[in-house]
Design a protein around this ligand. Sequence first.
Ligand SMILES: Nc1nc2c([nH]c(=O)n2[C@H]2C[C@H](O)[C@@H](COP(=O)(O)OP(=O)(O)OP(=O)(O)O)O2)c(=O)[nH]1
Length: 143
Amino acid sequence: MSTGTGPGRQLVVAAVITSDTAVLAARRSYPPSLAGKWEFPGGKAEPGEGPEQALVRELAEELAVEVELGTEITAPAGGPWPIDERLELRLWWARLASDEAPRPLGSHDRLSWVEPDDLPSLDWLPADRPMIGRIRQLWQGRR
Ligand SMILES: Nc1nc2c([nH]c(=O)n2[C@H]2C[C@H](O)[C@@H](COP(=O)(O)OP(=O)(O)OP(=O)(O)O)O2)c(=O)[nH]1
């Protein structure tokens, strides 16, 4: 069953967790086809689950953190970011709700706080490249 907004596309939710100077990037540990690529932590929304609820759950499961979600970072067309013919992604700004540092609990083998200008140098999942451009643009605008 699809929980995405587009016809037949499954919804993935992800977060751009920020500190004052950097954003959190996570390197996938599986499946083998995606391992080693960097992404924004998150995962698939489950049927019947709201997207923001799904994101809070995924971040607790993957990184053992509680977050406060901010505004959504939409695609240029105004909706979700396309990943492929089966998946689309919705992305939110987020802040850690406590001093507890994120820990990779299995989905990732590395976490890194990266200044937005340095984001392009990581080996990202291909669908994330346009998101990075938008994140850098918004980050500049908030200064
Ligand atoms: N979380 C996340 N997934 C992304 C990003 N970019 C991107 O192409 N994806 C893709 C990778 C995966 O094909 C899919 C997310 O699936 P996932 O495997 O992380 O989902 P999940 O944690 O719910 O795991 P599962 O139940 O499917 O095993 O979206 C991103 O920035 N963050």
